[in-house]
Design a protein around this ligand. Sequence first.
Ligand code: AKG
Ligand code: FE2
Length: 313
Amino acid sequence: MSAVSQTKTLKSGVTIPVFHTDNPARSTFTPEELQYYRDNGAICISGVFNQNDLAAIRKAADDLLDYCRPFLIGKPLLEIEKGQVEGHLVVRKIQPVVDAVPMLLEISRDQRIIKRAAALLNDQPILFEDKLNYKPPLVGSDFPIHHDWGYWKGHDSSLTNLLSVMIFFDDATEENGCMRIYPGSHKMDDYPLNGPVIADGVLKREDSLPVPCPAGSILIFGCHTVHCSDPNFSSKPRRALILSYHEASLGDKYDLRNGPGRECAKLWYAAFDIAVAAVRTGEAWERYRRTDDSHHAKWWNAGLERGVEYART
Ligand SMILES: O=C(O)CCC(=O)C(=O)O
Ligand SMILES: [Fe+2]
């Protein structure tokens, strides 16, 4: 069954429900939930992941950080926060993630997600994008006013009906930078863009609705739904995994979105490790340098050089 477990009334009088499920395995929507999604372009359902699931997802998020260590500016997969904590670089976001940690691939195929995404896409969902936003304490930065379609539309004109499932494994509150959405924005004609984001002055930040989501909940939103989030100056993390899907009828577009970056990251990471080991054991690292002038060689050599530099500091 489903019931609204939390409401919040803003000054404007708009109410944001968080629908709660006490039967996560059912993975379908009530007519009320479906209507809410169609009207607003986003819906939050709490109680989808239990405490055991959350422990496993938190471990996967830590494993992913370990996979990406050491944190370096310019390293593939990583976005680093501008602010540092006690002189250390802090990870803002990692993308893509399912290659690196098997548990994250499993979640992207979890029936609690897949069945709900299928119900809203009217087709089987195929993974298109996967990222983990760490929104770390004290220095977690904001996200600009945008819809994800602004980032995706250049790939393929058939990609018009994607949705994202955001899995919260920390409580997301107004204090630690919860998502903020513009209800109904998915029904608007094209907003003027500046690059991938909505152009300055078109929408006001204060008109967005904060959507606090408790750990274990999912926020589903369409690729045309405008959203943003505030910085995290609090002492608590606001981590979330965001999985985006398109309809199976389009084929598989994962490589269109991730292919080149994924290949380059694999080469860079492998070369980095080889160079670090070579420098530390006194082996001549230069023998690993590639001399062809291919795109792959460029990424391989960049990883090698960064590894040498890192091992020597
Ligand atoms: O994590 C957030 O607060 C927003 C993330 C987002 O909108 C994105 O990564 O496209
Ligand atoms: Fe987004």
